[in-house]
Design a protein around this ligand. Structure first.
Ligand SMILES: [Zn+2]
Length: 245
């Protein structure tokens, strides 16, 4: 059976995680990256990670939850990362349509700093603020940046090209590719090199990634078996920077 890794989801939001994992395993989804949004997710994720060895986790504060940020929360995050070499940073980022973009920027920068310091892959959420993300990335030393995963990418082809060229970034595609892909998204899927693609379910059932991979194979005219193998290897590269072997 072919194997899949779900590169971005929020398992902590499901009531019956054991059942969700069992259903996923049945179709070959053998690994998960479950990311935090709120600080309240962190403990739940640590528990899940302890309980299931195929659940890998990222902690961080999503731009919608920046009000939870404080110096002590930052210390807490630093301690978790320090004590758990396999924990990644995510999801963090910017959302132009949410309040206080300046504060979002500074909290994103701080969390990105932790990812650099501990060399953990970082999972980035960005809506309508790529110019700001690019400016922040540029301000950091290139060799200090860890592996970056742009989750449910919604930028332009030009931004995608730049993120690959300058930062060797990865991109995970979600159900948006299946449900309502605009021309811009389809162009991005066409453009992105095979060794940079991952797949994710985000808020939906993990099983959706089978449809996502089918659609990507179709857009890129690559046999589904081949693309599945490549994406699996790409996912392992992202996990490795979370020090997972
Ligand atoms: Zn998410």
């Amino acid at each position: 059976m072919q194997k899949y890794i779900n590169a971005h989801c929020h398992l902590q939001n499901f009531n019956n995680v054991a059942q969700v994992l069992q259903n996923a395993e049945f179709v070959g989804i053998s690994g998960f990256i479950s990311d935090a949004a709120s600080v309240n997710d962190w403990e739940k994720l640590l528990e899940l990670k302890k309980k299931y060895e195929n659940v890998h986790v990222g902690i961080g504060i999503h731009p919608w939850y920046i009000n939870e940020y404080s110096e002590s929360v930052l210390e807490y995050m630093r301690n978790i990362l320090k004590n758990n070499p396999d924990i990644m940073v995510g999801e963090i980022g910017l959302d132009k349509y949410k309040a206080d973009i300046k504060k979002q920027e500074s909290i994103f920068e701080t969390q990105l700093g932790l990812a650099c310091e501990f060399n953990r892959s970082v999972h980035i959420h960005c809506v309508g603020a790529w110019d700001r993300i690019l400016r922040i990335l540029k301000s950091r030393k290139l060799n200090g940046l860890p592996i970056m995963l742009m989750h449910s990418f919604s930028g332009s082809k030009e931004i995608l090209t730049r993120l690959i060229k300058d930062y060797d970034a990865f991109f995970s595609f979600s159900a948006t590719v299946v449900n309502a892909p605009g021309k811009r998204l389809i162009d991005c899927v066409k453009e992105v090199p095979l060794d940079k693609i991952l797949i994710e379910s985000d808020e939906e059932s993990p099983l959706i990634i089978l449809d996502v991979i089918k659609k990507i194979a179709e857009i890129k005219s690559v046999p589904i078996k081949k693309i599945t193998e490549i994406i699996y290897e790409n996912s392992k590269r992202v996990l490795k920077n979370g020090q997972i072997t």
